[in-house]
Design a protein around this ligand. Structure first.
Ligand code: NAD
Length: 649
C-alpha cells in the first residue's frame, strides 16, 4: 500500500478509520480488504494543500488511537445536530468529510472488474429495470368497508366521527415508541412496493415517472425516516426553566394528542400529501380522517398500505368525495383541520371552522420568486430555474413563477435558459427517461391558457411553446418576457410550466419586486456573495428560502414548512410540525407542602408593601436589588403563610 501523498503511518490511520466506518458484512468486504490504495492519490490530488495536510495529520493521530476511541468519535459525529454549533459544526465535518472519503474510496473499487464487484451488485439487487405501467391494473383493497368511505351520507359522517373518537382512545394508550413501529412497517412496505405505487400515482395524475419517484416516494421515505429518528425525542416531556420567583417548583411541557385531526389534501402530490400529514397526526397520537382530492384519490392505495403496515381499523379513515364531503366533515368539529390546497378553499374552510373555533392550519398557494444576481453561476442558476419552474409540470405550490435577473446578465441568462428549455423531453413515460409529464386536470390547463392569453394580449413575448394548442395537457415549457404587473401571470398563481423573466437593477429593487406579491411561500436567491444572499433572504417576506438552490427547504424534513400572507397559516414538518399536531400542555409542579402562597388571599396592606418591595428587588437589576428581593421575598413568604392560616387579623 503506497501513496505519493501519504506515508505508512497515515495509511495505517486511514485503514483503521475505514474499518470502523465499513466493518464489512455478508459479501461486503471490510474497508481494509479492498484495493483502496489505488484510488487514494487520485482523491488527494484533487484536494487543496491545506486540506491534504489536515487530513494527513488526522490520519497520523488515528494511527496511534485505539479503534474503540475512533468508533466513539464517529458515533458522536452522527449526533452532531444535538450539540451547540461550536461542537456540532466540527462533528458534522467529521461525519460528512471522513465518511465521504472512506465511502468514496470503498465504492470506487466496487466495479465489475473487482473481485467483490459482482457479488456485491447481486447483494444490493442492482437492476436498471423499472416496473411497467399497466393502465388496467386495479389496486387490491384489503381494508374493511368501515375504514374507507365514499360520498358519505350525514349518518355515515356521524359514524366516521364515532369511529374516530373510539380510535383516539386506543392510539392514546400507545407510547410514541410503539407508534413508531407502525411507521417503520409502513416505510418498509412503501420502499418494497415503490414501483407499483409510482404506477398508481402516474395513473391518477399523468405526471412523469421521475417526478413521482423523486418528489413523492423519496420525499415520503425521507419524512418517515425523520419520524423514526426524531419523534420519540421531540414528543417526550420537556423540562422548562422556572423563574426565581417560583423557586422550589418545576415546569414541564407534555406533548399530548389533540384528538381527531381532519386532513384535506389537493391533487398535485397525492401520495406525499396523504402519507406525510397522516403519519404526523398518527405519531403525535391522534386519530385521523383523511379526505383526498376527488381528482387524484389513489383509490384503495393508502388504506391498503396502512392496513398491511398494521394500522388498526379507524385509526385512519379515508373519506372519498369532493368539497361538499370536506365541508360535512368539518361540521362534526374535528380537533384540528390540516388543509393543503387553494387560497379560495382555504378561506372557505377557515370561515366554516371559525364558527366552531376549530384550529386550522392552511398550506396554500404561491407565486415564488427566483432572484439571480450578476455574480451567480449562470449555467447552474439557469438549470435551477428550469427545474424549479417545470418540476411536476409546474404544479407545485413552491414552483418558480417569477424569475428576476440582474439587468447586466439578463440577456446571457435568457439565452442560456432558452437553450436549456429546448432540451426538455416531455411524455408520461414508463421508464423515467423523460423530464416532464402532463398536467393533471383540465381546469388547470384552462388556467394556464387564460394566463398566457392575458399576458400576450397585454404585450408579453412568448419565447417558447408557441405550438401549444391551448388544450393539450402536455403543456411545453413556456418562457415569457416583457411582463408587466397588470398581467395575471405576474400576480396570480398559474400552477403550470411557465418561466416569466423580469429584470432588476440592484439588491433593493430585487427585494421590492419579490415582496410585491400577495403570496409568501418560498423563494430562491442566487449569488456568489454569501453575505448579500443572506441579507436579501432576511428581507424577503416569505416562509422558506433556498440560497443558490431551489425548492430545497422542502427537501429537508427537519425544517418546518409553511407560508406567510395568502400562502397560509401555521407550520408543519420538522419538530415544529410535530408540536403543531399536539396539545402542548404546560405543567407546573409544586411540592406537597402546607404552605400558603403569597399571591393567595387574604390581601392585606402589609402583604401589599412586602410584595411591592419584592417586585422592585426582583426586576430592578444589580446586586443591591437582588438582596432586597431576597429579604422582601422571605418576609413575604412567612407573612403570607401566617396570615393565610390564621386569617386576616
Ligand atoms: P383545492 O383548494 O381546489 O382543493 C383542495 C382540497 O379541498 C380537495 O380535497 C377538495 O375536495 C377540498 N375542498 C374543496 N372545497 C372544500 C370545502 N368547502 N370544504 C372542505 N374541503 C374542500 O386545491 P387543489 O386545486 O386540489 O390544489 C391546488 C392548490 O393547492 C394550489 O393552489 C397549490 O398551490 C396548493 N398547494 C399548496 C401546498 C402547500 O403546502 N402550501 C402544497 C400543495 C398544493
Amino acid at each position: 500500500m503506497t501513496s505519493k501523498h501519504f506515508g505508512n503511518i497515515q495509511m495505517r490511520g486511514l485503514n483503521k478509520l475505514g474499518d470502523v466506518i465499513v466493518p464489512g458484512e455478508g459479501s461486503f468486504p471490510r474497508f481494509g480488504q479492498t484495493e483502496f490504495s489505488s484510488e487514494i492519490d487520485r482523491m488527494l490530488d484533487y484536494m487543496y494543500e491545506d486540506d491534504r495536510s489536515g487530513l494527513s495529520l488526522l490520519m497520523t493521530i488515528f494511527a496511534f488511537t485505539p479503534s474503540f476511541l475512533i468508533k466513539w468519535v464517529v458515533l458522536l459525529s452522527e449526533k452532531n445536530a444535538q450539540f451547540p454549533d461550536f461542537i456540532g459544526a466540527p462533528l458534522r465535518m467529521i461525519q460528512l468529510g471522513l465518511k465521504g472519503i472512506i465511502l468514496t474510496l470503498y465504492y470506487s473499487n466496487l466495479d465489475d472488474q473487482n473481485q467483490y464487484g459482482e457479488k456485491i451488485m447481486k447483494e444490493i439487487n442492482w437492476s436498471t429495470t423499472v416496473a411497467k405501467l399497466d393502465s388496467d391494473q386495479e389496486v387490491p383493497v384489503m381494508r374493511k368497508e368501515t375504514s374507507s368511505w365514499t360520498n358519505p351520507s350525514s349518518d355515515a359522517v356521524t359514524q366516521i366521527y364515532d369511529n374516530a373518537r373510539s380510535a383516539e382512545k386506543e392510539i392514546y394508550k400507545m407510547t410514541v415508541k410503539q407508534r413508531r413501529n407502525f411507521i417503520t412497517s409502513l416505510k418498509k412496505l412503501i420502499l418494497d412496493e415503490k414501483e407499483k405505487i409510482v404506477d398508481i400515482i402516474q395513473k391518477d395524475t399523468g405526471k412523469g415517472r421521475s417526478d413521482a419517484l423523486f418528489s413523492e416516494i423519496f420525499g415520503v421515505l425521507d419524512h418517515l425516516t425523520f419520524l423514526e429518528n426524531e419523534a420519540v425525542n421531540s414528543l417526550k416531556d420537556a423540562k422548562i426553566k422556572t423563574p426565581i420567583a417560583l423557586m422550589g417548583k418545576k415546569s414541564k411541557i407534555f406533548y399530548e394528542p389533540l384528538g381527531t385531526v381532519l386532513v384535506v389534501s389537493p391533487w398535485n402530490y397525492p401520495f406525499y400529501q396523504a402519507i406525510v400529514p397522516i403519519t404526523i397526526s398518527f405519531i403525535t397520537g391522534n386519530s385521523t380522517i383523511y379526505k383526498p382530492s376527488e381528482f387524484t384519490p389513489l383509490k384503495g392505495l393508502v388504506e391498503d398500505l396502512l392496513y398491511r403496515a398494521g394500522f388498526q381499523d379507524d385509526w385512519v379513515q379515508i373519506v372519498y368525495g369532493d368539497g361538499k364531503t370536506g365541508s360535512q366533515l368539518i361540521d362534526k368539529r374535528p380537533d384540528k383541520i390540516f388543509f393543503t390546497g387553494s387560497v379560495a378553499t382555504g378561506k372557505k374552510i377557515m370561515s366554516q371552522a371559525s364558527e366552531m373555533l376549530i384550529p386550522v392550519e392552511l398550506e396554500l398557494g404561491g407565486k415564488d420568486p427566483f432572484i439571480v444576481f450578476d455574480d451567480a453561476d449562470i449555467e447552474r442558476a439557469a438549470s435551477g430555474a428550469l427545474w424549479g419552474a417545470l418540476t411536476n409540470t409546474g404544479q407545485s405550490c413552491t414552483s418558480v413563477e417569477r424569475i428576476y435577473v440582474q439587468e447586466n446578465i439578463y440577456e446571457k441568462f435568457k439565452t442560456k435558459l432558452l437553450e436549456k428549455t429546448k432540451t426538455i423531453k416531455q411524455s408520461v413515460d414508463k421508464d423515467g427517461d423523460s423530464d416532464m409529464g402532463g398536467m393533471t386536470t383540465d381546469s388547470q390547463v384552462g388556467i394556464v391558457k387564460l394566463h398566457i392569453d392575458d399576458a400576450k394580449t397585454k404585450g408579453a413575448n412568448l419565447l417558447t411553446g408557441e405550438g401549444w394548442n391551448g388544450k393539450d395537457n402536455l403543456i411545453p415549457p413556456l418562457v415569457l418576457d416583457n411582463i408587466s404587473d397588470d398581467m395575471k401571470i405576474c400576480t396570480e398563481e398559474t400552477f403550470g410550466p411557465i418561466l416569466p423573466l423580469y429584470k432588476f437593477v440592484d439588491e433593493e429593487h430585487a427585494i421590492n419586486l419579490a415582496n410585491d406579491s400577495d403570496f409568501g411561500l418560498s423563494a430562491s436567491v442566487w449569488s456568489a456573495d454569501n453575505k448579500r444572499a443572506l441579507r436579501v433572504t432576511r428581507k424577503l417576506k416569505t416562509g422558506n428560502v433556498s440560497i443558490n438552490n431551489v425548492m430545497l427547504t422542502e427537501g429537508n424534513p427537519y425544517l418546518p414548512f409553511g407560508g406567510t400572507k395568502y400562502s397560509g397559516i401555521g407550520r408543519y414538518k420538522g419538530v415544529h410540525g410535530l408540536h403543531s399536531f399536539s396539545n402542548m400542555k404546560s405543567v407546573l409542579i409544586d411540592s406537597n407542602s402546607n404552605k400558603i402562597e403569597a399571591n393567595w388571599y387574604p390581601y392585606t396592606k402589609r402583604k401589599y408593601q412586602l410584595f411591592s418591595g419584592m417586585t422592585e428587588g426582583l426586576f430592578g437589576g444589580g446586586i443591591k436589588n437582588f438582596i432586597k428581593f431576597l429579604i422582601y421575598g422571605l418576609k413575604l413568604e412567612s407573612y403570607s403563610d401566617k396570615v393565610g392560616k390564621k386569617g386576616r387579623v
